[in-house]
Design a binder for this molecule. Structure first.
Ligand SMILES: CC(C)=CCC/C(C)=C/CC/C(C)=C/CC/C(C)=C/[C@@H]1[C@@H](COP(=O)(O)OP(=O)(O)O)[C@]1(C)CC/C=C(\C)CC/C=C(\C)CCC=C(C)C
Length: 594
């Protein structure tokens, strides 16, 4: 028995539950910008589909048995069908957003100078195919008869596909297939199955005489299968066009000096109208270097970076790249003189940037190419220095200088020669190498997310971020006791060693065993008490950055939790790491709860 709400039931059973499920999954990574993207696409697809669908109903190509629909119509199109335009766009957009979340879109921007030949050829081929199929569609319509419906689909949808592919073809082709083909195929196959069930029940039908009567499988007409495929392709292409324009806005400060929290429609238009020859390809290469450095050196922050969006994500990656480079320059030095040479150059680099010394007539880029090797240049060139406070950057270099005292101590076995004698020294060291990093991260967050934040709140976040940075550094030290000892380094304060009855030389010779474990536990206890003190202030971080920042901090603290749980055997086998699944769970928990 057929009911007047058969079509509505299709939504209740198949489309709405999937939309809700995807919303639940994507919720923690959705920003307002995604909603704007989806809403714009819904408006576009609604406006483009309504007249076409209305025409189909008028021509009786397409019929809805009156006993399968509730009743209200707009331009002859039943309300359930109108809802379909909306929900399909929503579902496919969410698949696209979820599957492209790990991507860093600026790296996929292409212009004449950086496009591989296969992409240029692929774009031309794609355009050719779309034009040919549009013409074929027009031919089928003109011929009338059984090819009419297929012709109407092709001649209506493919010109839109051609427009979007022309606007962003190179970008689309350079994206991994998992974020283009997959978000087209998954909802398409799902909707094929839904259609199969719905058509089987006669919820809607295609007029015989206007269809080819070829079925893909079961009762699924080839026209219906084509319709879902091409409309999902349109949605994914539409989303990619937006992402390309946003990537340009976020990646190029020389074209868009100030990016508001959410780019305005005017900025999107400007980005669209830009000649791609204006892309700063050097900067793109710099971003590539930075992402590579992040990927190679830190699993925790690499995972966390994809949770941020826009220019904040770019600037955090660039900040990481600078910190890592400066640390590596000092760490890899072969003598105290080399350390001194690098730190002097890094201080001078900051002087030049912040014009703190009269000598600063030279520009930062001149100084960078004069003083640093090519492999170091991009990390220095693209540090977003103009929006970072200088003091923590100077202090960070001081921290690296402290580190070098381990490697080049004049009497490496004497306990007095170790730079960390007391708890206060350890705290000072943590403040320098990690408290500063916390403060710099917060400066970027305030600049990008809430530049008018009241001064007291800024101060609260600054001091909490310094504490949190130190907590992370203690976890880092607790994790690396063995590897540090192998390099002759001991970060545990001399006073703690003395209390435990150990000398530096003994710890270096044998960095394992119950006494060392007790020291590790003491470090972790301190780390977690600082973490607990700073963690509530993270609720004051602007909402756009809060979840991702909590995620970044929590994945790092999870290393500490693993250390606390691990038995000596695990620790003896090597560095304690957080298993992938657990890391994923930690991030998700942080995102859902903050
Ligand atoms: C998401 C993203 C890309 C974040 C970037 C964060 C960033 C800029 C990190 C720089 C790290 C770095 C190379 C610093 C140099 C000194 C150093 C080595 C510090 C240790 C970091 C560990 O890095 P590593 O690459 O060794 O990582 P692995 O262990 O190998 O995975 C540190 C432990 C310090 C890290 C400290 C922070 C990131 C600061 C934390 C504080 C906040 C994020 C602020 C929280 C805010 C409030 C209000 C509490």
């Amino acid at each position: 028995m057929k009911m007047a709400y058969d079509y509505a039931l299709v939504h209740l059973k198949f489309t709405i539950p999937l939309a809700l499920l995807l919303t639940g999954i994507a919720y923690p990574i959705l920003h307002r910008i995604h909603f704007l993207q989806i809403a714009s696409l819904i408006v576009l697809s609604f406006t483009a589909t309504l007249p076409w669908d209305s025409y189909l109903v008028k021509q009786k190509v397409w019929t809805y048995p009156p006993d399968a629909i509730i009743g209200p119509r707009l331009w002859r199109v039943p309300i359930e069908e109108l809802f379909f335009f909306v929900i399909q766009t929503y579902i496919t957009s969410l698949f696209y957003i979820l599957l492209s979340k790990p991507l860093f879109h600026p790296l996929y921007l292409k212009n004449q100078r950086n496009t591989p030949a296969w992409i240029s050829r692929g774009k031309l081929l794609g355009q050719g195919i779309l034009i040919a199929l549009t013409l074929y569609g027009a031919h089928l319509i003109r011929a009338g008869g059984t090819g009419t419906y297929l012709g109407l689909i092709l001649a209506w949808a493919l010109p839109f596909a051609l427009i979007t592919f022309t606007a962003a073809g190179k970008f689309i082709l350079s994206l991994p297939l998992t974020s283009t083909v997959l978000p087209i195929l998954i909802p398409t196959i799902y909707l094929w199955l839904v259609d199969e069930l719905a058509l089987g029940r006669g919820t809607w039908s295609i007029q015989s005489g206007t269809k080819l009567d070829v079925r893909l499988f079961g009762a699924l007409e080839i026209e219906e299968a084509t319709f879902f495929l091409v409309t999902n392709m349109l949605i994914v292409f539409g989303q990619a066009v937006f992402d390309q324009y946003l990537a340009v806005i976020f990646a190029f400060p020389h074209l868009f000096p100030t990016v508001t929290r959410y780019p305005t429609p005017m900025m999107i238009v400007q980005s669209r109208l830009l000649n791609t020859s204006q892309y700063d390809l050097e900067r793109i290469r710099g971003l590539e270097d930075a992402v590579l450095r992040l990927k190679r050196k830190s699993r925790s922050f690499y995972l966390a970076n994809s949770l941020f969006i826009g220019r904040l994500r770019i600037d955090l990656i660039l900040l990481y790249s600078f910190c890592r480079l400066a640390d590596d320059l000092v760490d890899d030095s072969k003598s105290q003189a080399e350390v001194h040479s690098w730190t002097s150059k890094l201080y001078r680099y900051l002087d030049v940037h912040y014009k703190t010394k009269a000598a600063s007539t030279i520009t930062p880029s001149q100084y960078i190419s004069e003083a640093f090797p090519p492999s170091a240049r991009s990390a220095l060139t693209y540090l977003p220095a103009s929006i970072l406070p200088p003091e923590p950057l100077y202090e960070l270099i001081q921290g690296f200088e402290m580190d070098s005292q381990f490697s080049f101590s004049t009497s490496p076995t004497s306990s007095e020669s170790f730079p960390i004698q007391t708890e206060a020294d350890l705290d000072r060291y943590g403040q320098c190498v990690a408290g500063t990093v916390g403060e710099l991260c917060v400066a970027l967050i305030i600049h990008h997310c809430d530049p008018h934040m009241p001064a007291e709140k800024q101060q609260l976040l600054r001091s909490a971020s310094r504490r949190m940075g130190v907590a992370l550094q203690y976890v880092n030290i607790a994790r690396d006791i063995v590897t540090d000892a192998e390099m002759g380094r001991v970060y545990i304060p001399a006073t703690w060693l003395k209390e435990a009855g150990l000398t530096h030389a003994e710890l270096i010779a044998s960095p394992r065993g119950p006494v060392v474990e007790a020291l590790r536990k003491r470090l972790l206890d301190d780390a977690f008490s600082m973490y607990r003190a700073a963690r509530p202030s993270m609720d004051q971080i602007p909402s756009d950055a809060r979840g991702p920042m909590v995620g970044a901090v929590e994945t790092y603290m999870e290393i500490g939790r693993v250390l606390r749980e691990s038995d000596e055997f695990v620790l003896r086998k090597g560095k304690a790491t957080v298993p992938k699944f657990r890391r994923g769970k930690t991030i998700l928990k942080a995102l859902y709860t903050s």
